[in-house]
Structure formats: structure tokens, C-alpha cells
Design a protein around this ligand. Structure first.
Ligand SMILES: [Zn+2]
Length: 418
């Protein structure tokens, strides 16, 4: 909302840097004058005007000074007092569970943790089945009521024997599957829990719920089935973000492999910067990290695939993240870590060895405490600081004073704490 409000009042431009006016002799391609231009430079936060050449800001200053840089073919924009700010950077987004490539989808608009009941969700699936061709994927969003209900598997198999159906919790940390979707994801009911996730089984011993990183093969299977569908979705999302002044975005690599991300970026027309962060799928054999190159790649001049992301825990919404306080919707359990401590230790070691930025989803206080301890014991400030480790979605509350000291020492020397 805030972004929208700002954007009503401002022109937005995304440029690399603002450079002061030092009497450049060359003429400008574009000049902006009579405005309030935010520079992010503490010495002078706002200037009246700027000049652009070859898509770069090469001069800023007063309107009178900048007008001198205009030539006959310079485009002149009179801002009439409006504000100009740099493009906003969306630092955390997920493409693959926000936008489904499946041809048949439903989304219950209201965000609700319990979500709709079984009958309503089955009704939505049944409506989509009317027009479904055999083998076409059906995808929909659910809440915990249906996610925890292992009888869904039998019901979905019964109404959709010929179509893979994937029902995702609205916040992306679990799915309900039917038999067709299970097989389309390359799995079967005899599959054992992969590292990073686990399966919920019904009374027949068949897989119904798919938890945490165990869901990744399903997302990849949908995207692989409809690679052409991802491109227009990504393009329209980029256009929407640009309207809101967002000129660069970081997508967590959910639902992608490195090669799928690369070909998608190469075929999509996305007029802004984009970064995709590796998100390795998990199998019984472990994390499939070799599928994502350690060295950053650039599928296009404006896109980068770099860094690596892991969900260390789930979320308080489905009661999986390891918390000091019990979750009442999960029989007062305290949640859990998605990965064994030894695997987390190994992830940290890999980050230090490969010098690859680590992005770790942690949402509960106990998980945060454990990971911070492991980070502290695995490397020195000199090793950790350049990596700029990121904790994503942290809803664990404020770190303790001791934790803040560790964060300042290991991560950010300018981190202010009291
Ligand atoms: Zn996220």
C-alpha cells in the first residue's frame, strides 16, 4: 500500500548511481528539471535536476546548471515539483508458489490459516475437472484444515484418477497430493522421507501431505510440464511491479532448476534486473546442490543466478518452526527443524568454502538460536562478514542481547544494538 501511495506522487526511475555535477562537456539524452530528486547521498539528499546519457545519470544539480547540458535533441522533462526516487528493490519474492504454471488453478482469495474445509476444496477441484484433459495439472491454494486432513488423498484419487492435483498451503510450506501428482513428481507411496522435509500418510500408508522441502519435486514437475506458461506469468508480474516502481527483484528459486531458470530468463522479456537464488531440491540421497552452479551465472545481461537458500524450519502458521512456545493447533508441540543439525553444520561449511551467499529461512526463536550458535562455532568474523548471510522471514521476535552481540561481531559491524 505504502508503495502505491508513494507512486501516485512520484515519477520513478531506476538508475545506477547519482553522480554530482562536475561540468561535463557532453550533452544529455534526457534531462529532468524542477523536481525534488532523492539522491540517497547524505551530503545532499535532494537535488533539483539531473541529466542522463547512455541510460546513466551523469550529472545532478540545479535546474539552471542541468539545462546547460541540453542540446537540440535532448528530451526535456519538467517535473513541476514532483519527486523522483530510485527504483524500489523487491528483496524477497517467490515466483513458483505465487504463480502457478498449471493450466487449471483455483485460489481462495481471502488469506486464512485454517482455510476452507474439505468439501469446499473438493468442490473447487471438481469444477476444474469438468474441463480438464487427462494428465493436465490442477493446482489450488488451501489452509491447515485441508493440509492436516490425510483423508484428502483418497478423496482426490477418487474424483481425479487421471489428473495430477496439487493443493498448496497459501504460505508455501506444504502440499497435499493425489496419486497422479505423486507419480508425475517422480515419486511413489513407498518413498521414504527426503532430507529437508517429510510425508504425512493416510490410514492406507499412502502419502497425502508433503511437508517443507519434500514439496519441491512437485513444483518443479508442474513448471517442467508447462515451461511456456511461466514466461508470460513472469513478464506480467514484472510489468505489475514496474507500475509500482519496483525495478529489481530477487526470486527464491522455488520450483526451478538452474537450467529451467536459465531458459526461462532467456526467453522472457523482463525489462528490469532479476536475481534468482538457488533452491536445491531434496531427495533421499540428500540436497541436490550440484544442480546449481556455485559460481554466479548471468542468463541475460540484467539477470543473475547466485547464492543459495534453505528453509531451516517451517512457519508458525502450520506449527512446524522450532519454537520455545508451543503451537496450540499442533497438539501443543513446539515444531522442529527441517534439517538435522549436522546437515545445517554442513551447509554453513559449504557456504564458507564456496564463498556463496547463504539465505536461510528461519521463523522461530529456537531455530534462530541453534543456527546462530552453529554459525558462531563454524567460522570467524573475517570469514562470515563478506558472505552477508541473510535470515529470511524471521518472525522469531527480537534477538536476545547476547545474540545481538554475536550478530554484530559475525555479520554486520555497523549493526546497532542496545
Ligand atoms: Zn519466502
Amino acid at each position: 500500500m505504502r508503495v502505491k501511495n508513494i507512486c501516485r506522487r512520484v515519477f520513478l526511475l531506476a538508475f545506477v548511481t547519482c553522480i554530482g555535477l562536475y561540468g561535463f562537456a557532453q550533452s544529455a539524452d534526457i534531462i529532468l528539471t524542477n523536481g525534488k530528486i532523492f539522491t540517497a547521498n547524505q551530503q545532499q539528499l535532494y537535488v533539483q535536476a539531473l541529466a542522463i546519457r547512455d541510460n546513466k545519470i551523469f550529472a545532478t544539480g540545479t535546474t539552471a546548471a542541468i539545462e546547460k547540458l541540453a542540446a537540440g535533441n535532448t528530451k526535456k522533462i519538467d517535473l513541476e515539483g514532483k519527486t523522483v526516487v530510485p527504483g524500489f528493490n523487491d528483496q524477497h519474492d517467490h515466483f513458483a508458489f505465487a504463480f502457478s504454471a498449471a493450466p487449471l488453478t483455483f485460489d481462495h482469495v481471502e488469506f486464512s490459516v485454517p482455510g476452507l474445509g474439505k468439501a469446499a476444496v473438493l468442490d473447487s477441484v471438481a469444477r476444474l475437472l469438468v474441463n480438464a484433459k487427462p494428465g493436465e495439472w490442477i493446482e489450488g491454494k488451501i489452509g491447515t484444515t485441508v493440509f492436516f486432513d490425510t483423508s484428502m488423498r483418497r478423496s482426490l484419487d477418487s474424483i481425479a484418477p487421471d489428473n495430477p492435483v496439487l493443493l498448496q498451503v497459501q504460505w508455501g510450506h506444504g502440499v497435499v497430493t493425489n496419486k497422479k501428482a505423486l507419480y508425475a513428481a517422480g515419486l511413489s507411496d513407498t518413498a521414504k522421507d527426503p532430507v529437508g522435509g517429510w510425508y504425512d500418510r493416510n490410514s492406507d500408508g499412502n502419502i497425502s501431505g508433503v511437508q517443507q522441502n519434500a514439496e519441491e519435486p512437485f513444483r518443479i514437475a508442474i513448471n517442467m510440464a508447462y515451461p511456456g506458461a511461466i514466461i508470460p506469468l513472469m513478464e506480467s508480474f514484472a510489468r505489475e511491479q514496474l507500475k509500482g516502481g519496483i525495478t529489481s527483484t530477487l526470486f527464491m528459486g522455488t520450483g526451478f532448476t538452474h537450467s529451467l531458470a536459465t531458459t526461462t530468463l532467456q526467453h522472457a522479456n523482463i525489462p528490469r534486473r532479476l536475481r534468482i537464488v538457488a533452491w536445491p531440491r531434496s531427495t533421499l540421497q540428500g540436497r541436490q546442490i550440484s544442480e546449481w552452479p556455485v559460481v554466479p551465472t548471468h542468463p541475460t545481461p540484467t539477470s543473475t543466478i547466485s547464492g543459495i537458500k534453505y528453509c531451516i524450519d517451517g512457519t508458525p502458521l502450520e506449527g512446524n518452526a522450532l519454537s520455545s512456545k508451543p503451537y496450540h493447533n499442533r497438539g501443543n508441540g513446539n515444531g522442529r527443524l527441517n534439517y538435522p543439525v549436522d546437515t545445517i553444520r554442513q551447509m554453513l561449511k559449504e557456504a564458507l568454502t564456496n564463498k556463496r551467499q547463504l539465505l536461510i529461512h528461519i521463523t522461530a526463536d529456537s531455530s534462530f538460536g541453534i543456527v546462530l550458535h552453529l554459525i558462531q562455532e563454524s567460522g570467524t568474523p573475517e570469514q562470515w562478514r563478506p558472505l552477508r548471510v541473510r535470515v529470511e522471514h524471521n518472525t522469531a521476535g527480537d534477538p536476545t542481547k547476547d545474540q545481538r552481540k554475536i550478530i554484530k561481531r559475525l555479520w554486520y559491524s555497523d549493526y546497532a544494538y542496545t
